[in-house]
Every structure is written in structure tokens, then in C-alpha cells.
Ligand binder design. Structure first.
Ligand SMILES: [Zn+2]
Length: 248
């Protein structure tokens, strides 16, 4: 004989955690089991992956469902990570990135200069300066480095791609690394100066190749490939890894 709990004491939801391997990534998730649910659902937002499952669903069925949609899950998780900018406090000792190399932000009581010394970025700032002011000063310095670097890399790739020299502008876009305009101008995101040079080069070559082909046709990718044979790996890397280097 079974002892039935009174209805009001029956739990309607059970929350637990799980992990699943997708490729070489371990993805953690939260499972919410409910008596009302009839199928397994996957939701991804800023909190990560959440699985809604019927009360009786087996662990195996849940994992199968996640694996079946593995590419979608990884893509969505990456997209959310990219949107989430690392919190930056602009304090002494914080790490910044320049071409993929860490630089330690070092505030010194000195005139308002910004100077790189090995792996230190010396920022002249009195103890009373507000983080916003330090941020402005460092970002202005990064933008200067960006412009010099981009001009240099464009000059390097122009002869390989056989395109006329474009006008280069820095952009502050939130969602794109670069763009190419029909009048022969290219815009490059100053934040690119934080990622490794191989990825900067990929974005530059991509935009320069648009000066020949204003589309993403096979001929466009052939042009990119002539300058950067391993462009496909770099393209993937900038999509999945670059956010690690970025300032908020
Ligand atoms: Zn493009």
C-alpha cells in the first residue's frame, strides 16, 4: 500500500545541477523538473543554460537533448559571454590587454601622462582621480596605439591584396570589429588593439578584401586566403575567444 502525501505537500518543482561535455567544453546547467512539464526545453540567457524537464525525465534523456542541440548551445553561451563585459574598476594593479599581452595598470603620482614600461602601463594620476578619469586616459592611449597599429598592418597587407590605400577610421561600435564602405573607407574598432595581432590581422584583411569584393562570396574568401591562408581558424577564434581580452 502506498502512502500518498496530501496534495499541498507535493513538491511541484525540483532544481538540481548537471554537467555535460560538448566537444571539449564542459557545460554546467541547472535542471528544473516539474510535474506540469511534458517535454525537455533548453533556455540560455545571462545565467547560462537552464533545462526544463518533466518530473520523470532521465538524466540520459536530458543529456541527449543538450547534445542534439550542442552547436546551438555553445553558440548561444558564447554570444551571452561576449555581451557580458568584465567589470573594470580602473584601479592600480588591474590587468589590461594590449595585442593579447597583459599590461598592469600602475597609477603613479605624476603628470597626466601614459607610458608603457615593459609589462606596466604607467598612468600619471593623483590619488584623488576618479576611476572614470583614469578610464578616459587609458582608453585614449589605447586608441592611439590602435590607430598606429592599424595603419601599420594595413600598409603591410595592401600589396598582398592589391587594393588602393583606404582611409582608416577608428570605430567605437559595440557589436562589430570592422566595416568597409563603398567610398573606400574602412572602420576598425579600437577595442581590437586588445586582442592578439593574428586576430587584428584577420579583421584588417577581411575589410581590405571587401575593397575588392563587397560580399562574402567564394571569391571574397579566396582573396582573404591569399593574404592569410589560415583565415578560417582565425575567424573562429575571434568569434569565440576575443571577448576574453576586451575591456568593458
Ligand atoms: Zn565582411
Amino acid at each position: 500500500m502506498q502512502l500518498e502525501l496530501p496534495l499541498e505537500f507535493r513538491r511541484t518543482e525540483l532544481v538540481s545541477r548537471g554537467h555535460v561535455c560538448l566537444g571539449d567544453e564542459v557545460v554546467s546547467y541547472i535542471i528544473k523538473r516539474s510535474h506540469r512539464r511534458r517535454s525537455i526545453t533548453l533556455t540560455i540567457d545571462e545565467q547560462g543554460l537552464r533545462v526544463g524537464a518533466p518530473w520523470q525525465a532521465s538524466q540520459r534523456a536530458i543529456e541527449n537533448q543538450i547534445r542534439k542541440h550542442g552547436a546551438w548551445v555553445l553558440g548561444k553561451l558564447t554570444a551571452w559571454q561576449q555581451r557580458r563585459a568584465p567589470p573594470r574598476r580602473w584601479q592600480d594593479g588591474e590587468t589590461l590587454m594590449l595585442l593579447g599581452e597583459p599590461l598592469r595598470l600602475t597609477l603613479a603620482p605624476a603628470p597626466r601622462t601614459t607610458l608603457r614600461d615593459g609589462d606596466l602601463l604607467l598612468v600619471g594620476a593623483s590619488a584623488h582621480r576618479l576611476p572614470d578619469e583614469v578610464a578616459q586616459q587609458v582608453i585614449a592611449w589605447l586608441q592611439e596605439q590602435a590607430l598606429a597599429c592599424f595603419h601599420d598592418r594595413v600598409a603591410h597587407y595592401l600589396p598582398l591584396l592589391v587594393v588602393p590605400p583606404p582611409e582608416i577610421r577608428l570605430s567605437n561600435a559595440r557589436t562589430r570589429w570592422g566595416s568597409c564602405h563603398r567610398d573606400g573607407r574602412i572602420s576598425l574598432n579600437w577595442r581590437l588593439i586588445q586582442v592578439p595581432l593574428r586576430l587584428v590581422d584577420y579583421v584588417i584583411v577581411h575589410e581590405l578584401a571587401h575593397l575588392r569584393e563587397m560580399n562574402h562570396s567564394p571569391r571574397f574568401w579566396q582573396t582573404v586566403g591569399r593574404a592569410i591562408p589560415d583565415y578560417a581558424a582565425r575567424k573562429r577564434e575571434i568569434r569565440t575567444e576575443a571577448h576574453r581580452y576586451l575591456l568593458g
